[in-house]
Design a protein. Sequence first.
Length: 215
Amino acid sequence: MICLTPGEAGSYRGGAKNDQELAELRRREFAASCEILRVSKATVLDYPDGQLYRQELNRVVYELVLQVRQFRPQVIFTFGPEGGVTGHPDHSMAGTFATLSFHWAGRTNHYQDQLTNGVSPHLPNKLYYATSDAALPDRQPLTFSPESACIDVGEHLETKIAAFKAHATQAPLWSLFERDIRRRGAREMFHLAASLKPGSARQETDLFEGIEDAG
C-alpha cells in the first residue's frame, strides 16, 4: 500500500503543534491501520499534503512506476479521477498518478534508466477504481465510475472500521465515515478500468478472477 503524502496539512491536528508533528502522528496511524488490515508492505512518500495538483507529473509517476516494477503486483487499486467518496483533490491526483503508473510500468520506452540491477518492466493484470453509489454528504458534485465488481466484505466490516479508527487524529470524522461504511454494509464496489484480457467487462465477485497464478 502506498500513500503519497504524510497528511501534514490536515484540518484535524490531534494535538500536533506543527506540520512536522502531525506528519509523524499520521505516519504512525497509517502503520497501525495497515497492521490491523495485515498489509505486508506499507509506504508513505513525502509529497506535500494538499498540493499534489502542483507536483510535476513525471516526478511522481516515475517514483510510482519504480514501486510497481519492484513490487510487481497483479492488481492495482486506486481512486477514480473524481477522488472517491470524499472527492478530495489529493485523492483525484493520486488516482491519476496511479493510473499512469499502471500503464507505463510495463513499457520499455518509459523510464529506461530504472531498468538496471534486476529491475524490469511489469504490467499488472488489472486496474480497479474504488467506486460508490453515493458520495459523503455536503461534498462537491461527484460522478462515479460504474460498478463492475462487488465484493462481499461482511466478515471484515468491523476490521475495516477499526482500521479507520486507528487514525486517531481523524476522530472528528469517525461517525461520518462509520455511518457511510455501515450504510453500504457488506458491499465494496469497484470499477474495472483496465485489464490485460481484452473484451467486455462483466460483473465480478473476485478481483483476482481470471488471474491464473492469483493463488
